[in-house]
Design a protein around this ligand. Structure first.
Ligand code: NAP
Ligand code: MN
Length: 267
């Protein structure tokens, strides 16, 4: 008989750890093997926690192509599909293949500094801002056209999956994840006779690149934040952002509907 491996990761609080032990035991009783460490041969990764711990697991294992199932012990749980009370139902549905896989698109950034080019990925978003509370000036091109010299706190490039996260707090639009677009949302854009920037989000098709040439400033460092994970780079000559081919697969069950989830989590 083939070995069916399932990875389980849990946030380090008592409730998540307890849910993890319980699920491990139930899966083992059903004939699955739960390795202690990440196994790339696993058929599924269960992430117990909130959206934040799911995002951290995704980054830690470098966006694996194995499907994820989220069990929510966090606050909001937008990516998380089940509750810790649903473990038996989950195993029952899973064995019968009664689930669907939601494909989520990602965003990629290539950041060139004086030494090299760094690559970052985001499931929610990649944002660019100053190191502290400093105003930043970013020369932004879309495709082959120079668009604007942005002045403000920064800009956020959101995927459809991330449109309900930081993007939404900034006044960006909620986007159905079946669409393949990127949304650029300004963070505190300045609009005066001295500085002019777009004040609303712009939405781009999947084949367009966004190029950013940051203006040299005294403290020449920028913070690039991918799904809440901060990276600091100095002397950046160019940042290119685009839609990535990497897909994150999320397990969803019978009653999943994106708009119903939005309604229940937001209204
Ligand atoms: P966090 O500081 O714990 O919280 C951010 C909140 O956003 C949490 O309630 C989180 O859910 C929720 N969230 C994450 N992804 C979401 C999504 N795709 N749709 C709707 N809500 C979502 O940070 P975190 O948990 O590590 O999450 C990182 C994300 O936080 C970043 O990617 C960014 O989008 C977001 N963020 C938002 C703001 C803001 O709205 N002003 C500021 C900074 C960062 P859980 O409670 O389940 O973790
Ligand atoms: Mn969180």
């Amino acid at each position: 008989m083939e070995t069916r491996l399932i990875n389980i990761f849990a946030k380090e609080d008592a409730y998540s750890m307890e849910t993890r032990s319980l699920l491990r035991r139930k899966l083992q009783q059903s004939g699955f093997v739960v390795p202690n460490d990440f196994s790339p041969q696993a058929e599924l990764i269960v992430s117990i926690g909130g959206d934040g711990s799911f995002l951290k697991t995704l980054h830690k294992y470098n966006f694996p192509s194995i499907p994820f199932l989220g069990i929510n012990t966090g606050h909001l749980g937008f990516f998380q599909e089940l509750h810790p009370n649903d473990l038996d139902a989950f195993i029952f549905w899973y064995k019968q293949k009664r689930y669907e896989i939601q494909d989520l698109k990602t965003v990629k950034a290539m950041i060139t500094d004086e030494n090299q080019t760094h690559e970052l990925m985001g499931l929610n978003e990649i944002l660019i801002r100053g190191e502290y509370s400093r105003l930043v000036h970013l020369n932004i091109s879309i495709g082959s056209s120079f668009i604007e010299r942005f002045s403000g706190d920064g800009i956020l490039v959101s995927t459809p999956a991330g449109s309900t996260a930081y993007n939404y707090s900034l006044g960006g639009s909620i986007v159905d994840p079946r669409l393949s677009i990127l949304q650029i949302t300004p963070i505190a854009p300045m609009n005066t006779t001295a500085y002019r920037s777009f004040t609303s989000s712009v939405v781009l098709p999947q084949d367009l690149f966004v190029r950013i040439h940051p203006e040299k400033q005294e403290a020449n460092e920028l913070m690039i934040v991918a799904d809440g994970i901060e990276h600091k780079y100095g002397n950046i000559s160019e940042i290119t952002l685009n839609f990535s081919d990497v897909i994150v697969k999320l397990m969803r069950f019978e009653n999943y509907d994106f708009w119903n989830k939005v309604k229940t989590k937001f209204l």
